[in-house]
Write a protein that binds this ligand. Structure first.
Ligand SMILES: [Zn+2]
Length: 407
C-alpha cells in the first residue's frame, strides 16, 4: 500500500501537531463550533430512510461542490462523492459517513434543541459523522491545508440493516474508484476513544416453508410447515456456538398459519447469524442450512404415501463480511497514537460498520467516533450533545493527514 507514513506513527502525529496549518485547523474547529452544529441540524433535518437517501445525498453533493471539492457526483448506487485532490492521486484515502438511518419513511426528522442536546432520529448515527465530513472539508479548505495524497469524501447509502452495506459495496466493487482506494476511514457515531478495527460479520436469512395445507382433523398426516419450522428452530437452538471467537444466532421473527384447526400452507422466520471470525460464521452458516433441510426432510418423512412434500426456501437477505485491520497496521497505530496525544485512552473495538467491506478486501480500514456524546441510538429519542465535538474532528484530521501526508 502506498503511504505517506515514512516515520513512526508517533513521530508523524507529533510532527503534524507542531505544524501551523494543523494549529489553524484546530482553531477553526473550536471557533466554528456553532456553525458546525447549525450545519449538523440542516443535514439531519432532511429525511433519509433506508433506500430513501436521495435528497440528503443531493444536499451533501451541493455542499461538497460549494466547498471546492472536484469530481462531485451522486453515483449509480446513490453515494455522494467529492474529491480533495492532493499533490498526487495516491495514496487515496476514502473518508466517509453514512447517509441512511434506520427509520422508516414518514418519520419526523425535525431537529429539536433542548439545552445542550440536539434531538432527532439519526442525529448521532450518523448525523455527527456527516457533520464531521463537512467540517473537515471546510477546515481544510479555509485554512488552505495541502496534502500529498488525495482524499475522497463519501456519504454512503445503505449502511444500516437491510441496506446491507450496498453503498460501500458499490464503491469498492463496481464504482469507478473501485481499485484505486488505499485506505478507508469512516466516522460513525460520537466519541473520541473508540477505534473500530475489527469487523463483526453477519448473515441474515428469511426462511419459508410451504405445503398443501388442509383440515387439522380431516387431513391429519399432511406435512405441516409450522411443525417443520419448530423442528428447524429446535435444531438451530442446539448449535454449540463458541464463546471465543464470539458467535451468536437468533430466530428473531416467526410467522405462519391462519387458524387453530387448519394445517398451515406457510410458515417462516428471520434468522440472524453472527461471528467475530469468518471461519466460525461459515461453520454456523453451513450448520444452519443443513438444519433447515433436515428439519423439513424429517417432517416430510412422516407424511402419508402420496401426499405432497413441504418445500423450503432460504433467502440470504443480509451479508456482512468479518475480518480485521491488524493492530500493528500503520492506520490503526496512527489512530492509537493520535488518540493518546490528544489526551484520551484509545479503545479498540469490534462492530458492524461500512469498514467491514474494505476490511474484507484487505484494504486498511477503521471507523472512528466523530466527537461529542449521544444516547438512545436507533430510537425516536436519539440525542446528540456537541460539546467537545472539536476533539473528535481534531483526531480525524490528524489520522487523515497522517495517512495521506501533509505537503
Ligand atoms: Zn451508524
Amino acid at each position: 500500500m502506498p503511504s505517506a507514513l515514512k516515520t513512526s506513527p508517533s513521530l508523524t502525529v507529533r510532527h503534524l501537531m507542531s505544524s501551523v496549518e494543523v494549529a489553524r485547523a484546530f482553531r477553526f474547529f473550536e471557533t466554528h463550533a456553532d456553525a458546525i452544529t447549525d450545519e449538523h441540524i440542516r443535514i439531519c433535518s432532511i429525511p433519509a430512510s433506508p433506500f430513501g437517501e436521495r435528497e440528503r445525498a443531493e444536499y451533501l453533493s451541493r455542499k461538497f461542490a460549494s466547498l471546492g471539492l472536484t469530481e462531485v457526483e451522486v453515483d449509480e448506487e446513490g453515494n455522494c462523492l467529492g474529491l480533495l485532490k492532493g499533490a498526487s492521486r495516491s495514496p487515496l484515502m476514502v473518508v466517509s459517513a453514512h447517509l441512511d438511518t434506520v427509520f422508516s419513511p414518514g418519520t419526523d426528522f425535525t431537529v429539536v434543541q433542548k439545552g445542550n442536546k440536539l434531538l432527532a432520529p439519526g442525529i448521532a448515527d450518523d448525523g455527527c459523522g456527516l457533520a464531521a465530513l463537512i467540517a473537515l472539508v471546510q477546515a481544510i479548505q479555509t485554512e488552505q491545508i495541502r496534502s500529498e495524497g488525495s482524499i475522497l469524501f463519501v456519504g454512503t447509502v445503505g449502511e444500516e440493516g437491510e441496506g446491507n452495506l450496498r453503498g460501500v459495496r458499490h464503491l469498492f466493487t463496481r464504482g469507478r474508484w473501485a481499485s484505486q482506494v488505499d485506505s478507508f476511514l469512516s466516522f460513525d457515531g460520537p466519541g473520541v476513544e473508540r477505534i473500530t478495527n475489527r469487523a463483526l460479520g453477519s448473515r441474515r436469512y428469511r426462511v419459508e416453508i410451504t405445503g398443501p395445507g388442509g383440515h387439522s382433523w380431516g387431513d391429519f398426516g399432511l406435512p405441516n410447515p409450522v411443525h417443520a419450522l419448530g423442528r428447524a428452530i429446535s435444531r438451530l437452538a442446539a448449535y454449540p456456538a463458541p464463546k471465543e471467537p464470539r458467535t451468536t444466532f437468533n430466530a428473531g421473527r416467526i410467522e405462519g398459519g391462519t387458524s387453530v384447526n387448519s394445517i398451515p400452507r406457510k410458515a417462516g422466520m428471520e434468522v440472524d447469524l453472527r461471528s467475530t471470525a469468518e471461519t466460525e460464521l461459515r461453520r454456523l452458516d453451513a450448520f444452519f442450512r443443513r438444519a433447515m433441510r433436515d428439519a423439513v426432510d424429517e417432517e416430510n418423512a412422516k407424511r402419508r404415501a402420496g401426499d405432497p412434500e413441504l418445500k423450503l426456501k432460504l433467502d440470504l437477505f443480509g451479508e456482512r463480511p468479518s475480518g480485521e485491520t491488524p493492530v500493528d497496521s500503520p492506520l490503526v497505530e496512527l489512530a492509537i497514537e493520535t488518540t493518546r496525544l490528544l489526551g484520551f485512552e484509545p479503545r479498540l473495538d469490534q462492530s458492524s460498520t461500512d469498514s467491514n467491506l474494505p476490511i474484507s478486501l484487505g484494504i486498511p480500514a477503521i471507523t472512528l467516533g466523530a466527537g461529542g456524546t449521544s444516547g438512545y441510538s436507533h430510537t425516536l429519542d436519539e440525542w446528540y450533545d456537541p460539546r467537545d465535538r472539536d476533539k473528535g474532528l481534531k483526531r480525524g484530521l490528524l489520522v487523515i493527514l497522517g495517512t495521506v501526508g501533509l505537503r
